[in-house]
Write a protein that binds this ligand. Structure first.
Ligand code: TYD
Ligand code: MG
Length: 454
């Protein structure tokens, strides 16, 4: 009898190792290796022989009609996907437990079925009555929406055969398994093979497929980074569970850009689109508090006004703390160094906390000036004017540089009642209603904002 060989596989990156080690030699994750049965390499001449062989054609003659986006009917999702799901595409919807993945999936199912598509919702974690009860609350009881509670992949495929859906939804990929493999559901081998199988089914049937995937504490997709390579699109569903706001963004997208941000609010009737995102981000702002500024930032094509807060306190630690939430930590350190060297504002012996309010993450340098001004305001204990926004990149010499799409940013600021903007000299004209306060350096900007540094 053939001996079943086992291999130890990393749950993070999928790398194999003949023996157990405490740390994955490839991705250096700790305690991530688990034993699984190794399948003998399969000789698969049939795979190449099967199906019609493709012939090379001139690139302009490749038929793309099938590859057009079909709206899902969930507007914020369509925004992120660049118009909707492409038939035959496989999308992974990742997010932490409780963030609202199943809710979004069911709303997608409902919208699709309402628009005339046949939808199969496979729940591998919840029973059918559980899903039905939720669907009732979401007004998602549609005749074209089929529901099955299933965990075994071969039976799942049989259900697909029976229903022949246009849209297949699987909640979640970590809970389905192929009994042939022998390893536990959720193990890397199982997740990878199940996903491979579902990708094949999606492509061969031109069936759009969405798989839910759980993510770990640090935000990586649980286990299979390998999964990210298998699917066409990876969506990350994020937010603070204690806030109603949810952010949806594409981390990888074979059929469009990864720029656009979708915004939802979780309420009693499920997820609702947030039309006025800036208003929501600024809803709880208390003007007149030192250490607060507002930056008109761009999330993809979408201008967003976000409050930046800074707190500077005497440190009791040998190495003072620098904490950045929703902002880049390295960038914060750089700005503190520029503040000290170029603007004479030292935070040397102090702990510095800086954050972007509302659970949003700002990755662009356009927020530099606002972050630096928030720190300067916190250090001097002087609040900035409540009707002021600031936008610009700060260079190592303390000089200010303009950032892309200044007009759109300022138009959004004007819409929300801001009347003044601190800008680099080179920035374009401000739209009506906004007075541009131009500054060449960070030091000038601090003075213009009414802060005095000794
Ligand atoms: P869920 O979609 O189950 O999250 P996930 O699948 O990502 O684990 O929903 C998460 C939370 O959302 C749950 O704690 C209850 C809440 N919720 C609402 O507030 N309103 C609703 O209409 C629904 C369906 C859920
Ligand atoms: Mg769920």
């Amino acid at each position: 009898m053939a001996k079943v060989r086992t291999v130890f596989r990393c749950g993070e990156c999928g790398a194999g190792s003949p023996k157990w080690v405490g740390r994955c030699p490839v991705c250096e994750a700790w305690n991530s290796l688990a034993e699984e049965a190794e399948r003998p390499p399969v000789d698969r001449p049939g795979v190449v022989a099967a199906g019609a062989m493709e012939r090379p054609v001139p690139i302009a003659e490749v038929d793309v009609a099938q590859w057009s986006h079909r709206p899902t009917g969930v507007s914020e999702l369509d925004r992120v996907l660049g118009g909707g799901l492409v038939p035959g595409s496989v999308t992974l919807l990742g997010g932490e437990p409780g963030i609202g993945k199943s809710t979004l999936l069911l709303q997608m199912a409902s919208a699709g079925a309402a628009a005339g598509a046949t939808v199969l919702y496979v729940s591998a974690e919840e029973s059918r009555p559980q899903v039905r009860l939720r669907a009732e609350r979401l007004a998602a009881l549609r005749p074209r929406l089929w529901l099955v509670s299933e965990t075994a992949v071969p039976r799942l495929v049989a259900h697909v055969d029976e229903v022949a859906p246009d849209l297949l939804l699987v909640d979640s990929i970590q809970s389905v398994y192929d009994p042939v493999l022998g390893s536990a559901p959720g193990s890397v081998g199982q997740v990878r093979e199940s996903a491979h199988r579902l990708v094949q089914e999606a492509k061969s049937r031109a069936m759009s497929t969405v798989l839910v995937g759980h993510v770990t504490k640090d935000g990586a997709l649980a286990g299979p980074r390998v999964l990210e390579h298998v699917v066409d699109t990876v969506l990350a569903f994020e937010g603070d569970r204690h806030h109603a706001l949810r952010l949806l963004r594409a981390v990888k997208h074979r059929f469009g850009s990864t720029h656009d941000l979708g915004l939802f609010e979780m309420g009693d009737a499920g997820l609702a689109a947030v039309p006025d995102a800036s208003g929501l981000f600024l809803a709880d702002r208390r003007p007149g508090v030192p250490g607060s500024t507002v930056v008109p930032t761009m999330e993809g094509h979408r201008p967003l006004l976000v409050e930046i807060q800074a707190l500077v306190t005497q440190s009791r630690l040998p190495t003072p703390r620098r904490s950045a939430q929703g902002l880049d930590g390295g960038r914060l350190s750089l700005l503190l160094a520029v503040l000290e060297t170029r603007a004479g504002l030292s935070t040397g012996g102090a702990d510095v906390y800086a954050l972007a309010v509302g659970g949003v993450r700002i990755a662009e340098v356009g927020a530099d000036l606002a972050v630096a001004l928030a720190v300067a305001s916190a250090v001097t204990g002087t609040a900035l004017p409540p009707d002021l926004v600031a936008c610009g990149e700060v260079g190592l010499g303390g000089e200010l540089r303009q950032v892309a799409q200044t007009e759109r940013r300022l138009a959004e600021a004007a819409r929300l009642g801001f009347t003044r903007a601190i800008l680099p000299f080179s920035a374009p004209l401000a739209p009506p209603g906004v007075e541009a306060v131009r500054a060449a350096t960070l030091g000038d900007a601090i003075t213009s904002a009414g802060l005095s540094v000794r």
